[in-house]
Design a protein around this ligand. Structure first.
Ligand SMILES: Cc1cc2nc3c(=O)[nH]c(=O)nc-3n(C[C@H](O)[C@H](O)[C@H](O)COP(=O)(O)O)c2cc1C
Length: 547
């Protein structure tokens, strides 16, 4: 085995061990603090002190575009790239959406959800000159509390022109990083997983926000982690908590089927000698080491390798009708349900429609942003769906996996297509039963998993893709889960109900429910959808003074 292969093999072992070690079990949760140390609570807002600020516009949501149009490529005409559209892009993806308060305490909610509302995800923009925004190319950090860009570096036209040579005119780049400490402060060792879920939600949110402007997003997965750090300028060595660079997306302001070529290495390396401005703020006075460095190091991606086989899934979806729901109102009103009412029901068609939206059919948004074929499938506990028996259902999101899943899910009594299930939706009823207690149990006894219309576990093809691609694919499985979750959050809002991501679940007990005997598949995320019960003790305040 050569040296590179040996390093990757060791890293894969680290990842597999991390995953095992961070399973919640009935006997005990993954290693964590078990209490909240308020003295070290991390500041939820990273700032780069001394960086020049570029204000963004706050744009109240309008009736257009319609929500459903954003999910089909080419339905929304591309907006011009200018300060307004860039403002809109961030306002609809990473901005503050409201403030909540109780007594003396208040906290911000954002357009993107986050485990524990801790928001480890930071956003970056790399762009050329943009009308009303900047005259020269720049790298900026997005500061959500103020809804401004902090200019970290400006650079020459020559570098910019060469950097985006292979991309259509007007292309810009969005980057995401994670501050693991923010999440580890509360959740300990399992936090690395939650950071990846949050990245997935942010990728989904940014893709949908861009789609609302008629723009396309694609992950540039040829890049290595070190290159991402150079491009976003996240290399510093003082006391400020590090940011782990996760992903860079190309945002193309037109509809095109052309494959983007990737960023040229020489130009990426030139970012190392840029003049970086602003000092990152320290978020906590002291830290506890919850072992985030091991999975982070093991999943860092080398350059190359991120070129995936193009996939063609023969599934087709019936063309869904377009509802009169305004996209941006829905995006900004999204909230997690804190409790479900145990009575709201949805009709079967609404249920099927929500599931159809989670399919990664080529060209559909937001899944076209992910360059790999779908690796996640849904094990669904149906509780309150009209004209559908309660029980355990399974949605196969990549039909080439159907036979393998049939063999793996040894608890399934039969694979029966439910009544009225649309063609192209590979949904099966495995067991007819009252699944409420089981659903609640496997989601760490959280009532939200049993009191809604349905809840689910996202079952990932696990060992095979990790061996095929490498340990760096581990976070990507969670990103796919987060993107599916983001779609479900919005689908619930569109149906007039609510949903919640569930990161706290018992891994192996869920595998037992399904009869999964080995590590070919693993449960990576739970989700619930239903009629919410509002927490009336809380006061809601607007996102920004003038919003
Ligand atoms: C990855 C992830 C895991 C979550 N896990 C849970 C959970 O186990 N239980 C729960 O009640 N809420 C959970 N949530 C919901 C968050 O608490 C919620 O997103 C956060 O408080 C922000 O509120 P918002 O979604 O209304 O903006 C999770 C959210 C995400 C994104």
């Amino acid at each position: 085995m050569n040296q590179v292969a040996k390093v990757q093999a060791d890293a894969l072992q680290t990842v597999l061990q991390y995953h095992q070690a961070t399973k919640h079990r009935f006997e005990g949760h993954a290693r964590g603090p078990g209490y909240l140390d308020w003295a070290t609570q991390p500041n939820p807002f990273r700032r780069f002190e001394g960086a020049r600020l570029v204000p963004l516009e706050r744009i109240p949501p309008t009736d257009e575009p319609r929500y459903d149009d954003a999910f089909v490529q080419g339905r929304i005409p591309p907006a011009s790239v200018n300060v307004r559209s860039i403002s809109q892009l961030f306002y609809d993806s990473l901005a503050v959406s409201a403030w909540k308060s109780i007594g003396e305490t208040s906290w911000a909610l954002r357009v993107n959800p986050s485990s524990g509302n801790l928001h480890p995800t930071e956003g970056y923009l790399i762009c050329g000159p943009i009308d009303g925004l900047c005259d020269v190319p720049m790298v900026c950090h997005y500061a959500p509390k103020e809804h401004v860009l902090e200019v970290r570096s400006e650079f020459g036209f020559g570098l910019w022109t060469k950097l985006c040579e292979g991309f259509p005119s007007g292309t810009l780049f969005l980057g995401l990083t994670s501050i693991h400490w923010r999440e580890a402060w509360k959740y300990g060792q399992r936090a690395f997983r939650y950071c990846q879920h949050d990245i997935g939600h942010a990728i989904g949110g940014m893709s949908i926000a861009a789609a609302g402007l008629g723009w396309q997003t694609t992950i540039l997965d040829d890049l290595g982690t070190d290159e991402l750090a150079l491009l976003m300028g996240t290399v510093w060595d003082d006391g400020a908590e590090p940011e782990e660079p996760d992903v860079l997306m190309a945002v193309v302001p037109c509809v095109t089927d052309a494959k983007e070529s990737g960023l040229p290495q020489d130009q990426v390396l030139a970012f190392a000698s840029l003049d970086w401005r602003g000092t990152p703020n320290q978020l906590s006075p002291s830290h506890v080491d919850w072992g985030m460095d091991e999975p982070a190091a093991a999943t860092r991606k080398p350059r190359g390798l991120g070129r995936y086989d193009s996939f063609h899934d023969p599934l087709t979806t019936s063309s869904l009708d377009v509802r009169c729901v305004p996209l941006r109102k829905l995006i900004r009103q999204r909230r997690s349900a804190v409790a479900m009412d145990r009575e709201t029901r949805i009709d079967r068609e609404t249920f099927y429609r929500m599931l159809q939206k989670t399919l990664a059919i080529p060209g559909t948004i937001p899944f076209r942003t992910l360059p790999w074929k779908p690796h996640l499938h849904l094990a669904i506990f149906v509780h309150r769906v009209d004209n559908l028996p309660t029980g355990l259902y399974f949605l196969v999101r990549d039909c080439s996996q159907r036979r393998a899943l049939e063999r793996a899910l040894t608890q399934a009594s039969r694979w029966r297509r439910p009544i009225g299930c649309p063609d192209g939706l590979e949904l099966y009823c495995l067991i007819e039963t009252d699944a409420r207690q089981t659903a609640r149990q496997v989601s760490c006894f959280q009532d939200i998993a049993s009191d809604g219309c349905f809840s689910l576990g996202m079952i990932a093809e696990y060992e095979e893709p990790l061996k095929r691609y490498g340990p760096w694919f581990y976070p990507r499985l969670f990103w796919e889960a987060g993107v599916i979750g983001q779609v479900l959050y919005l689908e619930a809002e569109a149906a007039g109900i609510r949903s919640t991501g569930i990161g706290c679940y018992f891994d192996d007990p869920m595998h037992e429910v399904l009869g999964l005997m080995d590590h070919a598949y693993q449960d990576l995320y739970h989700f619930t959808i239903g009629g919410p019960v509002e927490d009336t003790r809380l006061t809601t305040l607007p996102s920004y003074q003038d919003a």
